[in-house]
Design a protein around this ligand. Structure first.
Ligand code: RIB
Ligand code: CA
Length: 316
């Protein structure tokens, strides 16, 4: 029986790979996608989710849009060039979506899916946690119904927007603080593990003879690789979101350590930092797990199998 899966996302180039990984993996059934502002604005992240599903002939998956603005603060700019392109999808050549969202209230949409699922849902958040924070605020009764909650976000050690803050948490620290304190036991797949896996552009060469699928995904990965190669001097990327998705699809694929995490929301140098407290404070309990390691080669085999299954209808 596949695990029912909800994805909250800000597509986003690595989001696209993560969504495809889920759609190509029979272990899970994607029962809904919620969009959030992050890599680009909500209009673009929603447009990208709809266009991606139509490309993959999966417009049956319902999409609901959520929040554009962060939970409690004005949107900040990183000051870096747009990692995912101005439209969030490297200006890839995809037609305007023919389908629309089923709701513009994704916190309520996700709460309804969780409440009505016959099996406990796995909730995966691969963008800022804005929608999740609003959901736990408005519908606290669904928190204990969630099976697993996995995020791509945060870092126990080094950030990517600042020395200590990772983008998804940095973009909306108040939302992250609410989520870690909500009772949702969060699996934090942060930069500690995602920076340990390099995905070389050669991983996507097989897509060349797979029609529009290959054209779109290779163009997106070229753009994403161009960005990373500026900093790392080699044609590689970090597939942050797909790595978090791998832990959702195959529980235990990562080495996790139970811990307690809180989020800095006022620090001059540490704003958006996920503070991991390993001290065993009696009575406080642990609210999360932090992911430390994964077998990168095994991850790439699983990714290739899932994407290959999706690409098969396009093969010439
Ligand atoms: O820091 C990496 C995260 O920020 C990923 O989710 C990526 O899509 C961006 O949203
Ligand atoms: Ca993302």
């Amino acid at each position: 029986m596949p695990i029912p899966l909800i994805i909250d996302t800000d597509p986003g180039l690595d989001d696209a790979i993560a969504i495809a990984l889920a759609l190509g993996s029979p272990e899970v059934e994607v029962i809904g996608i919620s969009t959030v502002g992050g890599n680009t604005n909500l209009e673009n992240t929603t447009r990208n989710a709809l266009r991606l599903l139509e490309l993959l002939d999966r417009a049956d998956v319902p999409v609901a849009s959520g929040h554009d603005e962060p939970y409690a603060r004005a949107k900040q700019e990183t000051g870096n060039p747009p990692v995912h392109g101005l439209d969030g999808f490297a200006s890839v050549d995809l037609p305007e979506p023919k389908t629309s969202v089923v709701s513009t209230d994704s916190p309520a949409f996700m709460a309804d899916l969780i409440r009505n699922s016959a099996q406990p849902v796995t909730l995966v958040a691969i963008g800022p946690l804005t929608n999740i924070a609003h959901m736990v605020d408005r519908f606290p009764e669904v928190v204990p119904m969630v099976g697993r909650f996995i995020i791509m976000g945060g870092a126990a050690k080094t950030g990517n927007v600042t020395p200590v803050a990772e983008f998804n948490v940095w973009h909306d620290p108040e939302a992250a603080k609410v989520v870690f304190a909500s009772g949702l036991k969060t699996v934090m797949v942060g930069l500690d593990v995602t920076h340990s896996v390099k995905t070389y552009e050669t991983e996507f060469e097989w897509m060349a003879n797979h029609g529009k699928f290959g054209e779109v995904f290779q163009q997106m990965m070229k753009y994403y690789t161009d960005f990373y190669s500026q900093f790392y001097g080699e044609r590689m990327t970090h597939q942050h979101d797909a790595l978090a998705m791998a832990e959702a699809i195959w529980p235990g694929i990562m080495m996790l350590e139970e811990t307690t995490i809180d989020v800095e929301t006022r620090g001059e140098l540490t704003d958006g930092m996920t503070v991991v407290d390993d001290r065993d404070r009696k009575g406080r309990g642990r609210n999360s797990w932090v992911a430390w390691t994964i077998d990168g080669d095994d991850f790439h085999v699983r990714l290739r199998n899932a994407l290959g299954a999706l690409a098969e209808p396009f093969r010439s």
